[in-house]
Design a protein around this ligand. Structure first.
Ligand SMILES: [Zn+2]
Length: 399
């Protein structure tokens, strides 16, 4: 009996020392999971919640891929998802935008130049989480395929394609979203010219008519995509002719028939589902990954702080060095930016972005710039901005 008590005490002692021991080794509460689709989830919500989220995101990605096949580029690009366990973790990533849109505390897309990340609260039981996740994920698909889309198109595409469903023989998309249909029935439409002038992320400017802005953007994409529906519908409609559109669109909305369309299913094969690769992140890595995302957000200073914390733990953390460099780059302090990006680019595991930005800051020193543009291209083959800058040197010094 006494032996058992001793044993129990020893077990308790062992469990209690674990976090401290983990911290001594520099480990954090954050883990990283990588799937065969190149989806990377980092989370501090524990492994079961992170695994569940990874599987859910991979299902979303595979649905889009099966539905649209080669019409969209998606699975060929890696995706980083940051999945904090609570609302505070989401606020760190999303910033003040969450005050304007509470849904962003469930899932948010975080665009950055040349990449796009997602923030998703792990383990949330919010009823619309699947829909919100799909909506935010589609912003990334839009960015990859359409580039910098206008606000109405960006939001309209995200809403329209959230309804995508796979069937045995095909794909159905565009069923009516009742909340939008209700809004459209109860309010006077925004003139299309005004709707199309709303800028991204500034939806408070839509005269306080946020629900109408979303509803109408959805309906307009619905009209443009389903009207052009053929055996090969593209992901995004082309730019519409405004004048004739206004009248046709108004009658479309007044008719109130938002029917789904069927598309053939692509035969693109998804990678075989395999067990994700799981590893524990060091504290420095956990800080710097969050820095690398937040530095492009509304408050780059949050990213700067996180990068500083990472560098206090590991002064050579490449992503944190890059984060500081990017912070100075974005806040227009090129000398400091050059210094930190130099340190980042000299690290053996520097990212394509560190090399590219360092090259951009050294365009006056062609040898340095060309070396780092080439390194950026080794890491991200075909990266257009680097190719363009290399070509600009070839023009100045033709052989
Ligand atoms: Zn959105």
């Amino acid at each position: 009996m006494r032996h058992r008590v001793m044993l129990a005490l020893m077990v308790v002692a062992a469990v209690q020392t674990t976090p401290a021991a983990a911290q001594r080794r520099g480990q954090s509460d954050w883990i990283e999971l990588r799937s065969a689709n190149r989806t990377v989830v980092i989370s501090d919500a524990g492994e079961p919640a992170a695994r569940e989220l990874l599987a859910r995101i991979d299902r979303v990605r595979e649905t889009i891929s099966a539905g649209l096949g080669d019409l969209v580029r998606d699975l060929d690009e890696p995706l980083l998802v940051i999945a904090p366990r609570d609302v505070n973790g989401m606020r760190e990533l999303v910033g003040d935008a969450a005050k304007r849109n509470r849904g962003l505390l469930v899932a948010a897309s975080l665009p950055a130049p040349y990449s796009h990340h997602l923030a998703v609260r792990a383990g949330t039981l919010e009823s619309r989480r699947a829909e919100i996740l799909m909506h935010e994920y589609l912003h990334r698909v839009t960015q990859v395929n359409v580039g910098d889309a206008a606000a109405w198109l960006d939001e309209g595409l995200s809403e329209f394609w959230t309804t995508i469903e796979l069937h045995e023989h095909g794909v159905r998309v565009g069923r009516e979203l009742p909340r939008h249909a209700r809004t459209l029935r109860s309010q006077r439409l925004i003139p299309l010219r005004d709707l199309m002038a709303v800028s991204r992320g500034r939806y408070d400017l839509a005269g306080g008519r946020l629900a109408l802005f979303y509803a109408q953007s959805w309906a307009l994409v619905h009209y443009l995509v389903t009207r052009s529906a053929s055996s090969k519908v593209s992901y995004a409609p082309g730019p519409p002719e405004l004048d004739s559109l206004e009248k046709d669109f108004q009658s479309y909305v007044r008719a109130g028939r938002f029917d789904a369309i069927d598309l053939p299913r692509s035969d693109r094969v998804a990678p075989v589902a395999a067990e994700p690769i799981v590893r524990v992140l060091t504290q420095a890595e956990a800080f710097s990954l969050r820095a690398s995302v937040t530095v492009y957000g509304e408050k780059p200073g949050v990213g700067f702080e996180l990068a500083e914390r990472a560098l206090r733990l590991d002064p050579s953390q490449p992503l944190a060095l890059e984060g500081k460099g990017v912070y100075f780059f974005l806040t227009n302090r090129p000398d400091e930016a050059r210094m930190w990006l130099k340190a980042a680019a000299e690290h053996p595991s520097a990212s394509f972005r560190a090399h590219y930005y360092y090259a951009v800051l050294n365009m006056g020193a062609p040898l340095v710039a060309q070396t780092h543009l080439k390194k950026a291209l080794e890491l991200k083959p075909g990266f257009a901005p680097a190719l363009e800058r290399l070509r600009s040197f070839a023009k100045i010094h033709p052989n």
